[in-house]
Every structure is written in structure tokens, then in C-alpha cells.
Design a binder for this molecule. Structure first.
Ligand SMILES: Cc1ncc(COP(=O)(O)O)c(C=O)c1O
Length: 447
């Protein structure tokens, strides 16, 4: 059965275009096609696999399809899939160093390799989370303990305020909600015409809050925002954070991978001054979901925020034996580092950098071509691999174009809203996507 599954996966990876990229199912169709209760007696694997193909696969949107250019496209690369299979089979659980030493140590090694490839300081400590959303919540929790160390015990905090740009990802706000900081205490700082946070607005907001009895404690700068991939001015933001002794978090969930290419290392200028930083290999580093990396220059604070060791988990102290459970909420820990190790080794830095450089080149070439079309406009700069465009007509017409392109089954695009207008996004990031797919998307839009 294992051979059968691997063969199926290999075929799938070779020919994802066999399927429409966007699932055509209506809500509830999968639920209606499956029994309402589970079987009392076990069923043969043949039957399960048959239903997987018949019922589940048509209900999938194919993220591994080369026409997938919605949100941020990603890739379950071959070596990543093999690493994931082994991790599932091994079922190692890294709750402590001793519950699987290689799991913990491979996480340290792979995150050190990635840190070096991204040009980040040696002092950065890395750990893997499932998603950037969970990672940023941990970063905010550490920032809060940095500002107010006794709050962890007393549960009493001053009027904490966190700052990010109006284009920051919603996960910052969700983290603040989850931690009880309150949605109204997330200040969304205005951005300039290039969708980058305005540092003067940030300074003014902090001064205003200080004058009104609030405690500014954390600022989030985004490198590669979700809508347009704009880059906040991290050096200026870092200087403001330092002036007020605030925690600086850099969210480069998408763009961090681009820094693997020396050509785009400058995206992370100033990030060495961050207290924490997140990059998502499951976005643009060809890694199957999920795998998000949280780096921090202050692991001591992260540990202060989360360390709690009940008697049944006590183990002998050894400076080289790291227990990741002391640095975050989860106790159980999947062997995610295995797939990352497979990917980093199989491709190497140069090939990864070349693939990312190509994605950026195609996006910029396409943006130039769109700019030359009198009926369309480019709606944001294209520093990375996302092109934002709209037809110079109504929102309704742009929405209708997107719906028709997505109904083709060939290409899947998503949208955003910029300056109040509906904007189509073409996001290049899948390893199987070629220049032809990218220009085909543009052809379909025009048609
Ligand atoms: C800039 C940025 N930060 C954070 C996230 C959240 O990522 P995750 O899905 O890993 O929580 C996203 C998702 O697209 C993002 O674009």
C-alpha cells in the first residue's frame, strides 16, 4: 500500500495540471458524500484509497499546481514530502531533548544553516512553530514579559500598546487578542504611497500614547506585506523601538526566503536589530505546510515568558541539551526539521536562490508589460514576486475577471483592496510555475 501511495504521489507531483487548480465543489459536497458516522469495523485500505481519489481529491484546491498564483503560492517539493513521510512514520515527539535528541538537534542545525543563508546574526536562536500566526503570538508574549517581567506571575499588566503598519498581517492583531492585550490597543500606523509604514507616524503615535498613560511595548515591522510585498523601513523603525526600549518584531513570513539569495539579502536590512523575526519556509522555501521559523535574539526572555517544568518532565541539566518546550506553549513537537533538512541539502543555497530570483524576474517583467497596456494599471511596486493590477474600470468588472479566470481551472488568483479599490494579485511562488504559466495568467485576464 505504501508503494501504491508513493506512486500516486509521484504521478500527482509530475502532472498536477490534470486537476483544476481551484476545486469546483460546492460547500457541503464532501460532507454529503461521506457517511455520517465512522465504521464500526475496519475497512480495507483499497476502499479507503478509492474514496480518497473519488471524493477527497476533487474537493481539493491544488496548492502544488503550477497555475496556483493566489495568496502566497508555495510548494510541497519532493525532498520535503519524503522528509514529511519519514517524520510521520517515525512519530518522534520532541517534548524534551531526551525524548528524541536528533529531533531537537536537527532543528538547531537546520535553523542555524537557514539563519546563515539569510545573513542573520549568530546570536539569533531559532525554533519551529506550525504557523507564523502562532509564532507572532509567542513573540508578543515575550515582548510583554520584556516590558513587565512580573506580569507573568501576577497577571497584572500596564495599558500595553503594540504598533504595526495598516498593511501588517492580521495575525499581529489576533496575537494581541489571544493574549488579552485587546484589539483596540493595536495601533495601525499609516503607510506611505508605497504601502510602507511611515516612521514619523509611528513616533507620533508612541508619543501620544505615552502622554496618555499607555505603555508602548512592541512594534512589528513587515518585510513583504501580504497584499503588496511592501517593505517597512526597518532601520528607522528599529531606531524608534530602541529609543523607547520596545521589542522589535520583524515579520518576513513570506520575504525571508528571498534573503537566501545574496541579491535580495538587502530586504532584511536592519533586521539584525530585531528582538524576534519570523520566516515561513512553508511559503517560499519549497517546504510542505506547515513549518514556520521564529528567531529571537533574546531566548532568555522567551524562556522567561514560557518556562514551566512539572516534576514528571524534569531531566538532568546539560548546557547542550535544549528543551524546546521551555520556549513556548506547545509541549508536543513534530519532527518538522527533518523535511527542512532534506530540502536545504537536496537543493542547496544556490539553486534555491536561483528559483526565487527567477520568480522575482518574471513578476517584474510581467509588471512592465502590464504597465504598457492602456486598459490596465499596476497598483503597487513589485519588489518581489507578487504583481498587483487592475483593469481601469469598476471594482465589479475586476471581480468578474477574477472569477472567470479562476473558473478556467488553469490559473488561480486572489485579490486585495488598495486605496479602497479592488485589485487582482498574481503571486508567483510554486516551484513548478514557469514563465509561460505567469504570462498565461495575464493572457487569461485580458481575454
Ligand atoms: C506577512 C505575513 N505574516 C504572517 C502570515 C501568517 O502566516 P501563517 O499562515 O503561517 O500563520 C502571513 C500569511 O500569509 C503573511 O503574509
Amino acid at each position: 500500500m505504501g508503494h501504491q501511495v508513493v506512486d500516486w504521489l509521484a504521478d500527482y507531483q509530475l502532472h498536477p495540471e490534470r486537476f483544476p487548480v481551484l476545486s469546483r465543489l460546492k460547500p457541503g459536497e464532501v460532507i454529503d458524500a461521506l457517511p455520517a458516522s465512522g465504521p464500526a469495523e475496519g475497512e480495507p485500505m483499497d476502499a479507503i484509497l478509492r474514496d480518497f481519489e473519488r471524493t477527497i481529491v476533487p474537493g481539493l484546491t491544488h496548492w502544488n499546481h503550477p497555475g496556483f498564483m493566489a495568496y502566497f503560492a508555495n510548494t510541497a517539493s519532493g525532498p520535503g514530502v519524503l522528509g514529511e513521510m519519514l517524520a510521520a512514520g517515525l512519530n518522534a515527539n520532541g517534548i524534551l531533548w531526551k525524548t528524541s535528541p536528533a529531533l531537537t538537534e536537527l532543528e538547531q542545525v537546520t535553523l542555524s544553516w537557514l539563519r546563515q543563508w539569510m545573513g542573520l546574526p549568530e546570536t539569533f536562536f531559532g525554533m519551529i512553530h506550525d504557523t507564523a500566526s502562532i509564532g507572532v503570538m509567542h513573540a508578543i508574549a515575550a515582548a510583554r514579559v520584556y516590558a513587565c517581567p512580573e506580569g507573568r506571575t501576577t497577571g497584572e499588566w500596564p495599558l500595553l500598546v503594540i504598533y504595526c503598519s495598516e498593511h501588517a498581517h492580521s495575525s499581529v492583531e489576533k496575537g494581541a487578542i489571544a493574549l488579552g492585550i485587546g484589539q483596540q490597543n493595536v495601533r495601525k500606523i499609516a503607510a506611505d504611497e508605497k504601502f510602507q509604514m511611515d516612521p514619523a507616524e509611528l513616533s507620533a503615535a508612541i508619543e501620544h500614547d505615552l502622554a496618555h498613560g499607555f505603555k508602548p511595548f512592541c512594534v512589528v515591522a513587515t518585510v513583504g506585506t501580504t497584499s503588496t510585498t511592501s517593505i517597512d523601513p526597518v532601520p528607522e523603525i528599529a531606531a524608534i523601538a530602541e529609543k523607547h526600549d520596545m521589542w522589535l518584531h520583524v515579520d518576513c513570513a513570506y520575504a525571508g526566503s528571498a534573503a537566501v539569495s545574496p541579491k535580495y539579502r538587502h530586504f532584511l536590512n536592519g533586521a539584525d536589530r530585531a528582538h524576534s523575526l519570523i520566516t515561513n519556509p512553508h511559503k517560499w522555501l519549497f517546504t510542505p505546510v506547515d513549518l514556520s521559523v521564529l528567531y529571537t535574539s533574546r531566548p532568555d526572555i522567551l524562556r522567561q515568558a514560557f518556562s514551566l517544568v512539572p516534576e514528571f518532565l524534569r531531566s538532568k541539566e546539560d548546557p547542550r541539551a535544549l528543551n524546546y518546550m521551555e520556549y513556548g506553549v506547545p509541549l508536543g513537537r513534530r519532527f518538522r526539521a527533518l523535511k527542512l533538512w532534506f530540502i536545504l541539502r537536496y537543493y542547496g543555497q544556490d539553486t534555491i536562490a536561483k528559483m526565487i530570483e527567477e520568480h522575482i524576474r518574471w513578476a517584474q517583467e510581467l509588471a512592465r508589460e502590464i504597465s504598457a497596456d492602456p486598459d490596465f494599471e499596476i497598483c503597487a511596486p513589485t519588489p518581489m514576486s507578487v504583481v498587483c493590477l487592475r483593469k481601469k474600470t469598476s471594482d465589479e468588472e475586476n471581480e468578474a475577471i477574477l472569477e472567470r479566470v479562476n473558473a478556467s481551472g488553469e490559473i488561480f488568483l486572489s485579490h486585495t483592496r488598495l486605496h479602497g479599490k479592488y485589485v487582482i494579485r498574481i503571486a508567483i511562488g510554486n516551484m513548478g510555475t514557469t514563465r509561460e504559466h505567469v504570462f498565461r495568467a495575464w493572457e487569461l485576464i485580458r481575454q
